[in-house]
Design a binder for this molecule. Sequence first.
Ligand SMILES: [Zn+2]
Length: 482
Amino acid sequence: MPYIQFLGAAGTVTGSKHLINTTYDSSGQQGFQVLIDCGLFQGQKEWRERNWQDIPMPAREIDAVVLTHAHLDHCGWIPRLVKEGFCGPIYATQATIDLCSVVLPDSGHLQEEDAAFHNKKGTSKHSPALPLYTLEEAQNCLQYFKPVAVGQAVQLSGELSFRFVPAAHILGSCMAEITLTTNGQSRRLLFTGDIGRVHDSDGAPGKVIYSGPQEGETADLLVMESTYGNRLHPHTDPRPQLASLIRDTTKRGGSVIVPAFAVERTQKFLFILKEMMESGEISRIPVYCDSPMAIKAVEIYLNHSEEYTPPAAELIRKYGSPLEWPGFTFAETAEESKKINDSNFPSIIISSSGMATGGRILHHLAQRLPDPKNLVIFIGFQAPGTRGAIIKDHATKAPAAEVKIFGQMIPIRAQVAALEQFSDHADPPELLEWLRTFKNKPGVTYLVHGEPAAASQLRDTMKKELGWNVQVAEYRERVDVK
Ligand SMILES: [Zn+2]
């Protein structure tokens, strides 16, 4: 009997990897094996170590990969899969492929840097410490990507076909609708990947891509994410609060520092700033976007206008490319980045990494955190234990006097604020709203991509509100597709 095996994002939010195995085809031959997503485990060490474990079957026996979107926890293990012998097609939308061509080599570069750091410090139990994959290996895997248009049917084998439908999570993101036909019986399997906000409401302003996952789905078996299974997004408009924080900082002569992921979150924030400046809510102070990857991501966004929300399309129609907006400076080189340090006038500096775990944001934080005139705003999730979480908790939970950056203790005297409205994941009321548009009740739903508490709470909510058969997937669990 065909089965699905959960090889990641089960019991945690990262490492998405779900295998469909048709077992045997109608002629008795070894069946077809396809991976839906092939992501990196991130976060705590116990999870990251799984990036070094083999998957249960030789990589060369996997026939294809279907990729929902370009976040590393969904695509970041592809270079490793290729390194281990996979050489089949990797199907994704063109926008996802464009983003992967930036994100994966960058990930390879970081893996190499990490290994070099451990070798220098002697902090690895392996000698020498090796990268999971290199920049070159990441570039090499790009040759296997095959673009698929949204809605286009692709026949994977005699028994399996799929098409992408919009997920509204980030640029290029899609769900995979799989049709599996064995012994004359056809079933629809829906893998959601990550699901975006259901409405482009005031609670999710500045969204750059279209709003809402595709409605009216049918599925016999549903594999769904549960990242926000036990949390609600604030549904207030963050703009008035954001504008007042920026105005107060400007008034006292300080600058605003924004740690943000280079892909999606930075673009969203730039659009909001532009909107607020044009409407006069904030004054036209200089904006610095200090991330080479963010520049590439903006270019990719400009090439995919088909996915814009109407307000984003209108802003670009009126004001052109963000790369050419007056007063907005994009720093590509290290010299351009250093120049920002010399700016003593109020300005807004957006840089990555989003959780302040590395990257150019560290220089800006080290320079601006000790001055109470400045403001640091968090607009994204901060994983426990990261530098971002330490600084954010300073404002919201446990005041910390200082934080370690480049081996030095830096006093936290700047104002720190956090806005929670910018999430790109639907919360439970939004998920239910979407699920209620289904034309049928799936025979079974497996929840993945959630911490255990989030997944189990969403399971209970779905059982109670919808009366569906819902289970929380376990790591390496195999389930039959009946
Ligand atoms: Zn994602």
